[in-house]
Design a protein around this ligand. Structure first.
Ligand code: ADP
Length: 593
């Protein structure tokens, strides 16, 4: 299968044509064409055409994209085009075929990657115009990190901010995934048996902890600004600097942000964003350049320590990206002083590392516990591979959904609110729920049944036309009422119960055990080939009490937050503590059309 890949940035366009055969390893895939346009200026740009470097007249990214058909004219028989997209938010766990809806979702993520997504979209739009008959696929830098646990992705900020989507995503996912796999191949081991730390050190730079095959943490955050020192980006800073700089220098937020993106990092420390310049100036005795190199290496070393701790150990460290691949002295500085954790370089192997032909040489000292490897990143090859796999095996990858436990609660109709709390009373929204527009009220009610009472039951808003009371089987024993398992809203013939509030009581039907279900937004449903009313099996792979829930109902709504809801009895049976995910089984029972 022949695939054209675009990796478009604001000042460069890299592209390649790959031939991938089913079942072939990454190292075997063939690159038929490799090209790049770089350093756009009013006078033109540099054009790397295969092995030959020359000048070309193209002044902008769009002019360069229009020149691609001529550049690859020998490579016919294209089956699809793959695009690197920097930010996919939490919506894309894998490649997505471009539709108008997917394109607009990518556009809405632009504020999170203002330097990257616009250039990616420009390439996407022009490619759709130039090759209207070819399927176009987006492969996201963020997808690989969607396996990161909540403790790694959550910023300690108020709920209202987190509801707005403030969280850590991580980038360079395609590169980290590739080099981790390549390192495992080289070591002759399965990636799922290894704890690998990938250090991608290019103009952008990030570290990624790949524990037993999955990314569990990564140094870039909500945007590609967090983490390591980069060419022009600061990486980690104290967010307190925003207020301080506003007060001391009168700078606005936009100006500070732009400076952190474009005038910081190596450039801010030395005036040059290019590590080659910085290294040669340091060698000539320039104190700023020497300090910049120390800062750069120290930050990277701190992340190695942090991620070894996060993974409970380290089996392999992999260097990649322009600096990781080409600067033996930076590799040495970063590893300096890590002998205590079994990480030690062999000086000669480090200097002699030859990366040609996708080699991944090992450069650790003989007998060192941690393997250290260097390899060229091959993001474009990985993008082609991801697209080929997605085309070859649509929607069969295991799908995972977060699982939330619903404690007993009621949804009230306006009449019930009046009866329980008094005429004209309005409930007080207290905590927002993950489903947009839904909240838990400050007020509580008591459920009164023939056998017993349950106090302090949560009320969820907004109000509904009909009152519904959702309890667990254990609760139904305590109340002495046999409630049926029902889908929300399907209340005809359900048993009666008495609700008691501070101003009175309200007798109503609507007592149910909620059928286990998954709220799913329409994008996920479309991507996973599911429809409203379908049922699936979901396995919760928990310690010793894990189990598979059968007949889980899919409830699709356009803006839903994709999440499975089970009640407290179900959660206890599965031994759930804290945030967990469930894996959807491959078989779907489709709803009657
Ligand atoms: P991008 O993130 O834009 O793909 P690259 O991965 O090409 O960037 O990395 C660019 C960085 O690699 C630059 O800082 C460049 O100076 C550095 N680099 C390239 N070759 C060398 C080298 N031989 N020694 C030190 N640094 C190098």
């Amino acid at each position: 299968m022949r695939i054209l890949v675009f990796n478009a940035g604001s000042s460069s366009l890299k592209f390649g044509v790959f031939e991938l055969l089913p079942g072939e390893s990454l190292a075997q895939a063939q690159q038929i064409y490799k090209g790049s346009f770089d350093r756009f200026s009013p006078e033109g740009c540099d054009f790397r055409d295969g092995a030959c470097l020359r000048r070309a007249p193209h002044r902008t990214l769009s002019e360069a994209i229009r020149a691609v058909p001529a550049a690859i004219s020998g490579a016919d028989g294209l089956m699809a085009i793959g695009h690197r997209i920097a930010h996919g938010g939490d919506a894309f766990a894998g490649p997505a075929q471009i539709t108008p809806d997917i394109r607009s979702q990518i556009e809405t993520l632009t504020p999170l990657a203002p330097l990257h997504n616009p250039a990616n979209l420009e390439a996407l739009d022009l490619a759709c115009e130039i090759w209207p008959d070819l399927p176009q696929w987006a492969v996201f830098d963020t997808s690989f990190h969607l396996t990161n646990p909540a403790r790694a992705t959550t910023y300690a900020v108020p709920a209202a901010w987190r509801e707005e989507g403030l969280r850590r995503y991580g980038f360079h996912g395609t590169s980290h995934k590739y080099v981790a796999q390549r390192a495992a191949e080289e070591l002759g081991q399965e990636l799922r048996n290894l704890r690998v730390l990938s250090l991608h050190l290019g103009n952008g730079a990030s570290a990624c902890a790949v524990a037993f095959g999955q990314s569990i943490d990564s140094s870039m955050g909500m945007t590609p600004l967090e983490g390591l020192v980069m060419g022009t980006r600061s990486g980690d800073v104290d967010p307190g600097l925003f207020g301080y700089l506003e007060r001391s220098l009168g700078l606005g937020i936009a100006e500070i942000e732009a400076t952190l993106y474009s005038e910081s990092g190596l450039k801010g420390l030395t005036g040059s964003s290019d590590m080659r310049d910085v290294e040669s100036r340091a060698a000539e005795g320039d104190a700023d350049a020497q300090l910049a190199i120390h800062i750069y290496a120290y930050r990277a070393r701190k992340y190695i320590g942090a991620y070894a701790a996060a993974m409970g150990g380290l089996d392999a460290l992999v260097f990649t990206g322009g600096i990781g691949e080409n600067s033996p002295s930076m590799r040495r500085r970063i590893c300096d002083g890590l002998e205590f954790m079994g990480l030690k370089l062999d000086h000669d192997r480090n200097l002699a590392a030859d990366l040609s032909g996708r080699a991944a040489p090992q450069i650790q000292a003989y007998g060192a516990r941690v393997n250290v490897l260097v390899t060229e990143t091959a993001e474009q090859l990985m993008i082609a591979h991801e697209v080929a796999s997605a085309i070859g095996a649509p929607a069969k990858a295991p799908l995972r959904v977060p699982v939330a436990v619903s404690a007993r609660h009621v949804h009230l109709c306006p009449r019930a609110v009046e009866a329980l709390f008094g005429k004209g009373y309005e409930l007080t929204p207290d905590k927002p729920l993950r489903q947009k527009g839904h909240w838990a009220a400050r007020e509580r009610v008591t459920l009164h049944g023939p056998k017993g009472e349950i106090e302090n039951v949560a009320i969820l808003g907004p109000l509904r036309d009909r009152t519904q009371i959702e309890i667990s089987r254990t609760d139904s024993f305590a109340l002495g009422v046999d409630a049926p398992v029902r889908q929300s809203g399907n209340l005809d013939g359900t048993p009666h119960i008495r609700l008691i509030g501070p101003a009175g009581q309200y007798d109503t039907d609507g007592l149910i055990l909620a059928a286990r279900h998954i709220h799913m937004n329409s994008n996920d449903a479309e991507r996973w080939g599911l429809r409203d009313g379908d049922t699936v099996d979901v396995t919760l792979d928990q310690d010793t009490r894990g189990l598979t829930f059968t007949g889980v109902l899919i409830r699709v709504a356009e803006n839903a937050h994709t999440e499975m809801h089970i009640d407290t009895d179900e959660a206890n049976a599965a031994g759930i503590r804290g945030d967990v995910e469930g894996a959807l089984g491959p078989d779907v029972v489709h709803a009657q059309a």
